[in-house]
Design a protein. Sequence first.
Length: 612
Amino acid sequence: MASYLQIENISKSYGTKVLFEKIGFNINEGDKIALIAPNGTGKTSLMRILAGKDKSDSGGKIMFLKDIRIAFLEQEYDYDPQNTIFDQIMSSSSEFTVGLDMEHQWEYEHRVIRLLTGLGLSNPYQLMRELSGGEIKRVAIVQMLATEADFLIMDEPTNHLDIDAIEFLESYLSRSRCTLLMVTHDRYFLDRVCNVVMEMDQGNIYTYRGNYQNFLEKREERIANYNAETDKVRNILRRELEWMRSTPCARTGKARYRINAFYDLKDRASQAYTQSQIRMDALKGAARLGTKIIDCKELSFFYGDKCYLDKFTYNFQRYEKVGIVGRNGAGKSTFLNILTGDFTPEMVCVNPEEYSSDSGQGLMTGIIERGESLKIGYYHQNGMAFNPEDTVLDVVNDTWLLNRFLFPHEMLNSKIERLSGGERRRLYLLTILMQNPNLLILDEPTNDLDIVTLNILEEYLKEFSGSLIIVSHDRHFLDKLVDHLFVFCGDGVVKDFVGSYSEYREFIKEYEAEQRSKVRAEDKAQKEKEAKNMTEVSVPSKRKLTYKEKKEMEELETELESLSEEKIELEGKLGSGTLSFEQLQDASERIGVLLREIDEKELRLLELYDKI
């Protein structure tokens, strides 16, 4: 197996903060690697160095296999807001498309359109400035995938994507033959795509071949073995310490090597493995919660000509945990703003007679009542607003609590703008939780948080003594926490599903399979009816068919039925958004073949009917 990439002795620091120092590792062809590390330890910096966007402080070596093509998905996508989606992708991909002949240029453009469709961007001529954050992320992903690069480097690819887009990307990457290095916090995505987990831990790189569960098990073994070795060293150190104390006259000449070894042992004995973790037990519990939470009756919300909520009625209950899912732009965040009243009067009109669709306002109708004891903690998707000059201590003036949220003393005077994305999120989460809310509303809380922090947050939320409403694309997070789902289906329709997200997906798959089966059965019955009507039409008898022609007719009818069923099944798959690039291409080509075969056989069948 070819070595795609060899890394030796690379380092990165910012001021006095050392992210990593003289690390090295190897990536082989076909490896699909998930890079795991706590926030702020340099995952993004490492990926930027590998992609040639930044440099190692210590020089070192970065050696790629000759002539492999590399594509890099950064967290922030640089684009021209005046471009259409298609023009943006083509202009940004020029280094990959330069020199292509007309045929290969057409293939590339066709691939772009198919990927855009698969990721739910049906209008390639829409302007970039009109897109949501999640839609912009999809454009960046299409640009990267369309190049069919040999080595993909992806920094948080699932951030800001809805679940349908995540599942499309998951399916594509799991089937692709590319070599991949990515940072992700999505544990289902990691498990289904990656075959290697690479961990950055305390300045070292550890590689585990296998899935996420295997990583957890092997990591625990590594730590246990390291600490067991440390205990052995401490026992030896005790004996050496006795020797040092008991034989002061022997510390010259040949004993000098033993004295030097003693100090080496002393250093090693102090290196027991410890890992700092967020201490959420430091937070107070939820404030007392009354019987009324939020009651909604016939709630509707319109913006322009689009309906985001249509006569929604529901009374939220004490201690319930609700998940909210749906495509980007379906109205999930708008719904949270309605529940919390997070609108200014200029933003919303409540009188339909005064509302104009081009006013720049939204129209909200219906009744919403909030309990008197309700205390809402609202974690916004966009994170917290901060002054660039603010320090960590300016935002949260509690050193004890900050320390338990992994902000040690040396970080307290760090400016917020110098923190990593995950560190900012963690600080923002602390500002929400320390308010002691009894209704916690979390809009995409998993973005930028590392996996260790997510696991701890999950455990805290499972025991949270208030009510919980979560908008999230993280399927694992939803499965562990929620009792039921509000599914935003579009056009203001919201359906309540009792169960986890995985159970909901299984339900949808079964329902879609039933619908496809129903369509096939109806199509078959219609064809049988049409064939029967054709045979019953009274026409002058021309001549009897020969035995060979009768047999041919029967075979044609059977073949046409089979071909039609295959065509319907392929059309369903093409519209499902779950096919990989290769499958999309194969399915499109196969449908073209089927259409030609069906036309030819129907024409021949009509010729035979005409002879009867």
